[in-house]
Every structure is written in C-alpha cells, then in structure tokens.
Design a protein around this ligand. Structure first.
Ligand code: GDP
Ligand code: MG
Length: 166
C-alpha cells in the first residue's frame, strides 16, 4: 500500500512534531517521484506493507494573508491530488479563524479528511468530547483521531487508519 498524505493545520499545532515522530521511527527515504517546488515532500514513511509520502501544502497555511488566485489554486489542487488529508488542530486552543478558513477549503474537495486533534496531553479527557462535537458539526471527517504527537499517544492508531484508506 502506498499513497500521498497532506498534513494541514495552523502554525504550531504540531505538524512537524508528528512527522518527526512518525518518520523518526522508521528510516526516511527520498521518493523518486518528481518533486515540484510547490508541493514539498516532508518525509516518507516506509515499512513492509506500506509507504506513506507526507507532503506539505503551502497556501493553505496562510489564512491571514490575502492569497492570489494562483496560490489558492495550487493549494486546492494539492488537496485534490493527495489520497488523504490530515487536518491537525490543537486540542488546547479553540477553533480559530485559521481553522475555519481551512475547513472552507476542505469543502471544495472530495479527498477524505481525518481530523487529528493533537496535544491531548494538555487537556482534561472530559474536554475532548466537546471538541469533537464542535468539529463534527463543521465537516464530515472520515475519522477523528485524538493524539499527542509529543508523547506519542495514539500515533500508531492514526498510522493504522491512514494505511486503511491507502
Ligand atoms: P507546526 O508548526 O504545526 O509544525 O508545530 P510544531 O511541530 O513545530 O510544534 C509546535 C509546538 O507544539 C512545539 O513546541 C511542540 O513541542 C509542541 N507540541 C507538538 N505536539 C505536541 C503535543 O502533542 N503536546 C504538547 N504538549 N505539545 C506539543
Ligand atoms: Mg512545522
């Protein structure tokens, strides 16, 4: 099984921490697929049964700036071309404008989207239910997976779910 996965989310939600943990546990290799300047390969997770290419989606990260049509199209095309989108949010922060912007972009694509609620180590377990309910109302996520990228909680489970859709 192999496929392309784009990780999107506001700055500081933990995207790099997650990638470092996932790629760090297996040897990261460079893909021989052509790498465009706009869609940066962040890392490749490889194991016996699966290869997951994580790619960056610039443009989707900058909701505070007025984006040109071109950048917006590039970002939208990336979301359409990948097999799965991981939309990462911070459990310890409320839903922000940046998240709403991203959700609007997600509505323009048919690619399956997992909601990854990161930093669950920073909240009380009871709060998780409220967070899930809030996001569930906004978009039909294929999966909702709470994790702690820093501590590693549930990261294996997320990888298993990713492999299922590839
Ligand atoms: P990015 O901008 O989305 O790539 O976010 P980073 O991976 O750079 O993380 C931003 C900050 O959040 C760093 O200080 C991380 O150590 C911290 N962080 C990331 N994941 C977690 C987590 O699961 N729990 C906690 N408590 N902190 C985290
Ligand atoms: Mg980062």
């Amino acid at each position: 099984k192999s496929g392309f996965v784009s990780i999107i989310g506001r700055p500081n939600v933990g995207k790099s921490t997650f990638l470092n943990r996932v790629i760090g546990q297996k040897i990261a290799i460079m893909s021989d697929k052509p790498q465009t300047t706009r869609n940066k390969i962040q890392g490749v997770y490889t194991e016996d049964e699966a290869q997951i290419v994580f790619i960056d989606t610039p443009g989707i990260h900058k909701p505070k700036h007025k984006l040109g049509d071109f950048m917006m199209k590039v970002a939208q095309n990336t979301l359409k071309e990948v097999d799965l989108v991981l939309f990462m949010v911070n459990a310890a922060e409320g839903l922000g404008r940046g998240d709403e912007f991203i959700i609007e972009r997600l509505k323009e694509t048919k690619t399956p989207v997992f909601l990854v609620i990161n930093k669950i180590d920073e909240i009380h377990p009871d709060e998780l239910f409220t967070i899930i309910t809030t996001y569930k109302d906004l978009y039909p996520f294929a999966e909702i997976i709470p994790i702690s990228a820093l501590q590693g909680n549930n990261v294996e489970r997320l990888l298993e779910q990713i492999k299922k859709v590839l």
